[in-house]
Design a protein around this ligand. Structure first.
Ligand SMILES: [Zn+2]
Ligand SMILES: [Zn+2]
Length: 79
C-alpha cells in the first residue's frame, strides 16, 4: 500500500515532505536545496522518519533500529 504522505530530509538537514497541500504527491529523490539524496524512511527497517519538525531535523539515526539514515554517518569520527 502506498504511503499517502510523509516527511524526509537530506544529509544537510533540509527537511522535505510529500502528500500535504502545496507539496508534491510522491517522495522525490533529491534535495532541491543542495542536491543530496533525500531519505524518506530508514534504509534498514523502512520506518518513517519522525514527523515532528524538531525531531525530524535532529534525528540522525533510526529510532526503531538504530541504523544511520545517511551512509556517511558511519565514516565520521566521533568527537
Ligand atoms: Zn539539502
Ligand atoms: Zn530503522
Amino acid at each position: 500500500m502506498a504511503v499517502e504522505r510523509g516527511v524526509g530530509k537530506c544529509e544537510q538537514n533540509h527537511a522535505g515532505s510529500f502528500g500535504y497541500p502545496t507539496r508534491p504527491d510522491a517522495p522525490y529523490d533529491f534535495c532541491p536545496q543542495c542536491g543530496n539524496p533525500m531519505v524518506w524512511d530508514c534504509p534498514n527497517c523502512q520506518s518513517p522518519l519522525p514527523d515532528d519538525p524538531g525531531e525530524l531535523i535532529s534525528a540522525r539515526f533510526c529510532r526503531n533500529c538504530g541504523s544511520p539514515y545517511f551512509p556517511h554517518e558511519r565514516d565520521e569520527p566521533e568527537e
